[in-house]
Design a protein around this ligand. Structure first.
Ligand code: WTA
Length: 631
């Protein structure tokens, strides 16, 4: 690709140019993509609105860039390898030609069922090829996809569907995940009891349960296929038309729909995929994320396909049928680039070295991590046992809101350092701010991580609530996009992400607002009030610690804990279940009624000695009780 960086000096030159002349820099990169109409202006922006537009006036379709433009040269090249949950089941492969055909067919099915440009389509599917195909089919028609991770509860699903008034849901009968079979369609049916906007449900057969469908509303994908053709023209989209919505948790209220648009997102994820992973034409690339999260959107679907790469998609989990599964898949498909989450690394590390030692892993050349800070021990284990000390470890920092990777090494071109994400990518003007919002210019410092200039895939809005977007990211410090993360910068300008500085907990790389979990706990009929904090967890990174006040003294505490966990699983999903629940009679509150989370965090972290000043509390005695009862 024309935008490939080949050396550290080229990185420095690209970075310099991206700051001196952002429009020139991104304009040149954008030209290597296919546009149906060229833009008039590379960039118009104002962070106060925020009002950010890239490639203004240009039109394109991202699927034409992911599929059609490769057909001539790479038509018979593998676009997708799908590895099932059960190693005994056959894997599937799709060439670019085949994937193009599948996407066109699916797009025609959507069209036949009333979907057109601008409609929102909710995709609630396990990690099967149809998830990738459905996302691209929406993009082909200009319908806005909202993929919801198929582990979320019916309640979470219906909240998301209603927030963006989706017209259709694409789902499957069931799912295989590890040793479990999950009733996916049943969750959808329950969610749809309360979703008036949904007119159609498209059901993909995965478990072949032969479910009865709701007449007039549900249709089977395999039956629809008989009615559609193999060609579907790509809808030309304005660069700033919405491409997708992806819900993510913040520190307050319900999850918000982060909106990404067509042109800028395409250019940025294409550019970053190529450079961070130093992708070469014959490489097999595997990202283990679920497409239900941003990592899957950008670096399973769009980034690899924009570059004509072979992307591997895995249905299962790292520990099924045993903790060697990831490494077995790497050897089986000769994976060259492997991208996973620190929590997976830590859990496989804990399972014992023998599982990784029995595989060669000699095809690997770049290995990456994403989603949360990686501790030094896990970094070294990954480097030694997986990368065999010959693969660079790219620790990639970014967010749902940033669309693509922001701070990371570029393959082996840049220096790496355990637990440091590294240097900002070209186009990323990262800064650290003090409490007062002043930029810290020297090195060897710590502060709030912010970005002071737009990059092409920056969040455009939060769906249906632009004020919320402004207030969350652009208000506290004027003129900056605020990330919500704290970071250190070392002598050489390398960044180490410390973690969230807001009320967001990152559990196994998944974000939850403390308020969101508290609301779920409070939905339990026994609970009067609760407060949730994060605490260090050896595998998950952060665990969820809940302090709960019951309406009346619990009889059997263990049973009640189980019940509360079940309530949370129903309200949000099993991944948000608290790890620890401590029953308390009161919470440490200030006289104005604000919960002092600092104290709760210290107790949860097992450091009750350092509680600081507690004299301003309404009732300092509750602290004593909380410390005594700590889990
Ligand atoms: C955290 C995932 C340290 C961070 C792509 C961020 C990280 C949040 C890293 C975004 C990393 C992500 N090192 N922390 N390499 N990558 N984070 O939206 O706190 O699911 O704000 O996006 O994950 O999570 P999200």
């Amino acid at each position: 690709m024309a935008y490939r960086i080949h050396s550290f000096d080229e990185y420095l030159a690209a970075y310099h140019k991206s700051v001196e002349d952002p429009a020139g820099f991104w304009g040149e990169i954008a030209q290597t993509f296919t546009w149906s109409k060229k833009w008039n202006d590379v960039l118009q922006w104002d962070f106060d609105g925020p009002d950010i537009k890239w490639f203004v006036g240009g039109t394109c379709n991202i699927t034409e860039n992911c599929l059609d433009r490769h057909l001539e040269k790479r038509g018979n090249k593998l676009a997708l390898i799908w590895e099932p949950n059960d190693p005994k089941e056959r894997f599937q492969r799709y060439t670019y030609k085949e994937l193009h055909r599948k996407v066109c067919q699916m797009a025609n099915i959507l069209k036949r069922n009333g979907i057109s440009k601008g409609d929102r389509v909710c995709i609630y599917l396990p990690m099967i090829p149809e998830l990738l195909i459905a996302s691209l089919a929406c993009a082909r028609l200009g319908a806005v996809h909202s993929v919801v991770f198929a582990g979320f509860s019916a309640q979470s699903l219906s909240d998301r569907i209603n927030d963006s008034k989706c017209k259709m849901v694409i789902t499957s009968d069931g799912a295989f995940r590890g040793a479990k079979e999950l009733p996916i369609k049943r969750v959808v049916d329950e969610a749809l009891e309360d979703c008036p906007s949904v007119k159609k449900v498209l059901v993909v057969n995965r478990t072949n349960w032969g479910l009865d469908l709701v007449p007039g509303r549900d249709v089977y994908y395999h039956e629809e296929l008989a009615h559609v053709g193999d060609e579907c023209p790509a809808q030309p989209m304005d660069a700033e038309d919405n491409l997708f919505i992806l819900y993510t948790s913040g520190s307050t209220g319900k999850p918000k729909g982060v909106v990404h648009t067509c042109g800028g997102y395409m250019v940025y994820v294409g550019y970053t995929f190529q450079n961070v992973f130093q992708y070469d034409e014959s490489d097999i690339y595997w990202c283990t994320a679920d497409i239900g999260w941003i990592t899957g959107h950008s670096y399973i679907v769009y980034g690899p396909l924009l570059n004509g790469a072979t992307t591997l998609m895995f249905e299962g989990i790292p520990t099924y049928p045993d903790p060697g599964r990831f490494w077995q898949v790497c050897d089986k498909h000769s994976v060259n680039i492997f991208y996973t989450a620190p929590t997976a690394i830590r859990s496989l590390m804990a399972a014992g070295d023998e599982h990784v030692m029995s595989y060669h892993l000699n095809s690997l050349k770049v290995i990456g991590t994403v989603g949360e800070p990686i501790n030094e021990e896990a970094w070294h284990w990954y480097n030694i046992h997986v990368g065999k000390e010959r693969c660079p470890v790219v620790d990639t920092w970014w967010q749902t809101e940033t669309g693509g990777i922001m701070i990371s090494a570029l393959g082996n071109l840049c220096p790496t350092k355990p637990s440091y994400a590294g240097l900002p990518l070209p186009g990323v003007q990262a800064v650290l701010l003090t409490n007062e919002g002043k930029e810290i210019t020297q090195n060897h410092v710590e502060g709030f991580l912010a970005i002071k200039f737009p990059w092409p895939s920056i969040i455009r809005t939060t769906y249906g609530d632009h004020t919320r977007c402004r207030e969350t990211y652009f208000s506290k410090f004027k003129g900056y996009y605020l990330t919500g993360d704290g970071a250190k910068r070392d002598q050489n300008g390398m960044y180490r992400i410390i973690g969230r500085v807001d009320d967001v907990i990152n559990v196994s790389g998944h974000r939850f607002g403390t308020a969101e979990i508290e609301n779920a706990i409070n939905a339990d009929p026994h609970v009067a009030e609760s407060a949730v904090v994060g605490y260090p967890h050896p595998i998950k990174g952060q665990g969820i610690y809940a302090y709960v006040i019951c309406k009346k003294q619990p009889g059997n505490e263990e049973n009640l804990r189980g019940e509360i966990c079940e309530t949370v699983a129903q309200q949000i999903g099993p991944i948000a279940r608290p790890d620890k629940i401590q029953f308390v009679s009161g919470l440490p509150k200030t006289r104005s009624g604000k919960i002092m989370r600092r104290i709760l965090r210290k107790v949860a972290e097992g450091e009750p000695e350092n509680l600081g000043d507690i004299t301003t509390l309404l009732d300092p005695l509750v602290v004593e009780e909380i410390v005594k009862g700590a889990m």
